[in-house]
Write a protein that binds this ligand. Structure first.
Ligand SMILES: Cc1cc2nc3c(=O)[nH]c(=O)nc-3n(C[C@H](O)[C@H](O)[C@H](O)COP(=O)(O)O)c2cc1C
Length: 211
């Protein structure tokens, strides 16, 4: 990896998601597409089918975007099982200072999915990761707004989607797909900025405690 000035390797971003029935998987692919658009090296990982190689990808990634469906008002059990498998890494600080972000999807318009995003952000904080918010104002919140607005559900902490419970994954809302694509681009931008900052030489004295 070359770390001199603006000439720096593409950031590596992994999308670690759980989807019971394929709807949230569509959103994971959208985050991945946005990250690729922005120049990241991207790997999409279904956390209920982790291989040893997948763990290596997560350990080596500059940034990880976590995503899952909201089940019973929180992260799905499939995601939580994965989260609990990271206990040793959490203790060792293996993912410290990586970039993190999150997305979720539910059947109800609210679905209490803020609780899921909060859980994902806390999970990232437990790993001492840097949480990146969505970076969009709320859509669909005025007389001129519509359900086709970016961030139509008006979330700040991460990307949220709502999928009617009786539709197929192909029918995930295009505005939610676009919002997730935005998140992928944003995470890549922040990751690149952080990588560039780390590559810049910082005088040792500047980090010394004041006496
Ligand atoms: C066990 C279970 C629990 C669910 N709990 C919620 C919930 O708390 N709030 C909600 O709005 N939708 C809930 N749903 C609906 C899902 O979030 C929704 O169908 C979503 O699109 C499923 O995504 P997936 O296909 O990626 O699993 C639940 C679905 C299941 C299967």
């Amino acid at each position: 990896m070359s770390h001199n000035g603006s000439h720096i390797a593409a950031p590596t971003v992994a999308i670690a998601y759980h989807s019971g029935f394929g709807h949230t998987a569509v959103l994971a692919d959208a985050v991945a597409a946005g990250a690729r658009d922005a120049g990241a090296d991207v790997t999409v990982i279904a956390v209920d089918r982790m291989t040893d190689e997948d763990w290596d990808v997560l350990d080596g990634a500059d940034g990880i975007v976590f995503g899952c469906a909201t089940y019973m008002g929180n992260v799905s059990a499939g995601f939580q099982a994965f989260a609990e498998k990271t206990g040793r890494r959490c203790q060792n600080g293996s993912w410290r200072d990586k970039v993190a972000a999150g997305f979720t999807n539910s059947g109800a318009k609210s679905g209490d999915k803020l609780n899921t995003l909060t859980s994902l952000a806390i999970f990232a904080a437990q790993h001492h990761m840097h949480w990146v918010n969505l970076g969009l104002g709320a859509g669909w919140n005025s007389t001129t707004g519509s359900e086709h607005d970016l961030n139509r559900l008006g979330s700040w902490l991460g990307a949220t989607a709502q999928t009617d419970v009786d539709v197929s994954p192909e029918q995930v809302h295009p505005a939610d797909v676009e919002t997730c694509r935005h998140l992928g681009r944003r995470v890549t931008l922040v990751t690149r900025q952080l990588n560039l900052g780390r590559a810049a030489s910082i005088p040792a004295a500047s980090s010394a405690p004041a006496r």
